[in-house]
Ligand binder design. Structure first.
Ligand code: G4P
Length: 528
């Protein structure tokens, strides 16, 4: 197959949702359609379950699962689909944000009864800011939930999206009869049989005709006609370009558990979802069909076996072909590296591959050379943008609890930070080390992994910080900046790259500081 055809047949996306909306169930049904798995229950949930086991055992279990489900690839209708896993738990939101830098589109899953939830709001906002094309799937139609129009309205209001339904439910919960597929103009009746993998759909050429009444009963048919008329009146017609530029979001209804409405979603997805997109670097925008290979690291996964300290760096191929045993430039280090056993992912297995194409994810074995955000090229000095660090919200001093193991502690902390588990700051005033995280669970992860993987022990001490912000000044010699540094000396630190960070102890003090030093900018991500 030609190089450009390989690009055209790839779709790389992520499924985002609030925990419990049905992301794992939907993923599994999609894999079933692709023939990548053969039974339900094969895809493990990456959720953090509380209760039965201690928290760190749970974290380890979750980590094991997330290695297996980092990338799930399958083929459907000649299309190569790569699903990138996104943890739903809010403490791991930063992982999800970073993964979103490697997707070309997303599917947003919403629970029909719960509607738009907190995590959905946060994740959708990140996608909206990056103009990532989104398809919405409203799940659990077999249960009682909100009215379709009410939900569509809620999605527009709370998520700031502009939607148009491409399927429409006929009843819900106990009375759920099926869906009318606006996209394909047919009706799919709900039988509630989860084992059914291909649904029989019934073409409806004329919505006004008697066919529909026979199929779902007069009352339901009339209802559907009224609702569709209203929907056609209120929502814009679907426009692929508007969807691709992130301005219009098509909506589907279904029940993932019953494998209902999933085929419609998948068929539409393969026909409209974007092929691998161009990506901006600091130097220029890179097109996927350029001949030379380029890619970037968006995720690093530590080996589960503490005896082997090697890690898997996940690289998204942006342009060209990634080939086994070919030397590539690690731009940050200025050194060439060859990879003898790059992994590709298929369903839940990974295997060594010779060639990968734009849109694909390659897993590279790494002994500590990579950091999140690193760029690989065939020699060009490119730096891909878009894998930022986010302003942490939880802060603690980290102390060494075993003076004999200082080296191990330093190495462990260093590597865990490269993996993106948390961020390390050094206070300007006294050189003390502070760990900042997006979720509170990360402190446990760090302590547990330092002990089990590096043989080092740490303790924490509380620190009252509301948020860390990155400080930008146009003129480091200005009186204003000098005064800021003097007055706020107690609250200044440096991140691992040496960038200046301001620790605000409250929202109020952050606002006051912004007012007092108007020439300085305080950023909530490290990328500005
Ligand atoms: P998540 O990955 O988004 O966190 O959600 P997951 O797929 O694990 O689904 C959360 C719960 O919702 C599961 O039930 C799942 O069976 C259920 N579910 C998913 N899709 C549907 C649907 O279309 N209809 C109905 N009625 N339920 C659905 P659970 O009891 O938490 O887990 P399990 O013990 O069944 O695995």
């Amino acid at each position: 197959m030609k190089f450009t055809d390989e690009i055209k047949r790839r779709r790389t996306f992520g499924i985002i949702s609030h925990p419990d909306a049905g992301k794992t169930t939907l993923t599994e049904k999609l894999l079933l359609f692709g023939g990548a798995i053969h039974e339900a229950g094969a895809v493990k949930s990456n959720k953090i379950k509380k209760g039965a086991t201690s928290d760190f055992m749970e974290i380890e279990r979750q980590r094991g699962i997330s290695v297996a489900t980092s990338v799930l690839a399958f083929e459907y209708d000649g299309v190569k689909i790569n699903i990138l896993d996104t943890p739903g738990h809010k403490d791991f939101a930063e992982d999800t944000f970073r993964t979103l830098t490697a997707v070309d589109s997303v599917i947003v899953v919403i629970d029909v009864a719960k509607g738009v939830e907190e995590q959905t709001e946060k994740l959708v906002e990140v996608c909206r800011m990056r103009n990532i094309p989104m398809i919405v799937f409203i799940n659990k139609m077999d249960r009682e939930g909100k009215d379709a129009f009410e939900l569509l309205d809620e999605i527009e209001q709370k998520l700031n999206l502009s939607v148009t339904p491409l399927s429409f439910p006929i009843g819900m919960g106990y009375d759920f009869k099926g869906i009318y597929n606006i996209w394909e103009k047919n009706v799919n009746l709900f039988t509630g049989d989860p084992k059914k993998d291909i649904e029989d759909t019934i073409e409806i050429s004329d919505l006004g005709g008697p066919e529909l009444d026979k199929l779902i009963g007069e009352k339901a048919a009339d209802n559907l006609r009224t609702e569709l008329e209203l929907a056609y009146g209120v929502y814009p017609e679907f426009d692929k370009d508007e969807y691709l530029s992130g301005n219009l979001q098509p909506v589907f209804f279904g029940s993932a558990l019953n494998n209902f409405g999933v085929r419609e979603l998948l068929d539409c997805f393969v026909s409209i979802a974007p092929t691998p997109r161009a990506k901006a670097s600091e130097e220029r925008t890179v097109q996927p069909d350029e001949k030379q290979f380029t890619g970037f690291v968006f995720k690093i996964h530590a080996n589960m076996d503490p005896k082997h300290r090697d890690r898997l760096a996940f690289v998204k191929v942006v342009s060209g072909m990634f080939e086994r045993n070919k030397p590539y430039l690690h731009v940050r280090q200025g050194k060439n590296f060859k990879f003898s056993s790059p992994n590709a992912f298929f369903a839940e297995k990974k295997e060594i591959v010779d060639v990968s194409y734009p849109g694909d994810i390659v897993g590279l074995h790494d002994t500590g050379n990579f950091k999140i955000g690193d760029t690989l090229t065939e020699g060009e000095l490119l730096h891909y943008r878009g894998v930022p660090s986010f302003s942490p919200e939880h802060f603690r001093y980290i102390n060494n609890a075993d003076p004999m193991k200082t080296k191990q502690l330093e190495k462990g902390v260093d590597q865990l930070m490269d993996e993106g588990v948390a961020q390390l700051f050094t206070l300007e005033m006294n050189g003390r080390k502070v760990i900042g995280t997006v979720g509170a669970l990360q402190f446990e992860v760090i302590q547990y992994r330092l002990e089990h993987e590096y043989g080092a022990k740490c303790t924490y001490e509380n620190l009252n910080v509301y948020k860390a912000t990155w400080v930008e000044t146009k003129d480091p010699k200005s009186e204003e900046f000098k005064e800021f540094k003097r007055v706020k000396a107690k609250y200044l630190a440096h991140d691992k790259r040496g960038q200046l960070v301001f620790f605000a102890d409250s929202q109020f003090s952050l606002q006051m500081t912004q007012q007092k030093y108007p020439s300085l900018k305080f950023h909530f991500t490290s990328e500005f």
